[in-house]
Design a protein around this ligand. Structure first.
Ligand SMILES: [Zn+2]
Length: 127
């Protein structure tokens, strides 16, 4: 980048160049990635059910209209009250987006509760 020297001998500011620098460089410096969507920003890092600190994890984003079978529907209902932070995927909606990974908080106790629930309620392969 070079600054333009005007006749007075002072450097002339280029606001568009400063804005371009902010837009292009700042997201790269803070670790943003167009293929990853971080859902932990501004979210509580503690599980409200188990009152323990959660860990960040990457899960795949699934786009499209997802039809849940009866076992998956039962798991979704159970997750609300028994393991709210044990997601292994993120539903991205009907419009295909660029991000392929989502960063979520997961609770180790929620993961254990999900595993126990699936052991008693799910037959076959768990998605
Ligand atoms: Zn939990």
């Amino acid at each position: 980048m070079e600054e333009e020297v005007v006749k007075t001998g002072h450097l002339r500011r280029r606001p568009w160049l400063e804005m371009f620098t902010l837009v292009c460089l700042v997201p790269g410096m803070v670790g943003c990635d167009k293929y990853t969507s971080d859902w932990t920003i501004g979210a509580a890092g503690f599980c409200e059910l188990h009152s323990i600190r959660m860990a960040k994890t990457n899960v795949p984003i699934i786009y499209g209209l997802i039809r849940l079978n009866s076992e998956q529907q039962a798991r979704e209902v159970a997750s609300t009250n028994h393991f709210p932070h044990a997601d292994t995927y993120f539903l991205g909606g009907c419009f295909l987006g660029t991000p392929t990974q989502a960063v979520l908080y997961v609770c180790p106790d929620c993961l254990g509760a999900r595993k126990n629930w699936e052991a008693t309620h799910v037959k076959g392969v768990v998605p």
